[in-house]
Design a protein around this ligand. Sequence first.
Ligand SMILES: [Zn+2]
Length: 243
Amino acid sequence: MIERGMFDELSQLGNDMEDQSAFSRPADGYSAGLKQAIGFREFGPYLEAIGAGSSDASDEALETLRRRGVEDMKLSTRRYAKRQIAWIRNKLLPECNSTLAKSIKARPYVLDATDLDKWDALVRVRGVEIAKQFINDEQNLPDPMNISETAAKLLAEAKEKPNSVLAWKRFLCPVCSKAPEETMDGVARQVWLNGEDEYNQHLRSQKHRKNRTLRKRLAERDSSSPGAAFLNKRLNAKDEDSD
Ligand SMILES: [Zn+2]
């Protein structure tokens, strides 16, 4: 992506957004609109340093910023891929298996892109074949389980939990959600998880554990504050299932 001109694209987008600042510039930096696209946040410091004219930053400092951006972007991309796979596994596939989906015959195909050298044959050609078959002769589509081992594994897993998304219980994380008095803008933030699987996954996540540690530390440091009892109550409520 970098070799193919990602920096030019990011700077161009950044400039365009400055020009239309009235309606597109997010108040809090990177959390809204186009700026949450992977790359902006990660290379923000680097692009700013370049934009400000490299006179006040040494080549070495620029290179450090660039390298940090590359590492952060790899990390964000891996996290994004993980979230996508979790979404497919926990929401899309179970929904396809549910009775609701059966009435419209949703048939998910999994194409194996693990080996990039075989991408053309296993993903592009295979994908086009299946799409053509769907258009021309839907009755004789191949069995999704026979496409690849990866497909068989993922689809078999999904069949074991054929619960519909619609029937899922929603969970509010008491640790990651924030009361109005805990946010800069005084607006509450609620972190909702869909279904037990997603909630359990969330409880094991780095983000949740980090928030939990932060809350514990805050409560310990400031045990006399009026908010501490409230925080402790929330922490204790979740203590049993997090470790
Ligand atoms: Zn949480």
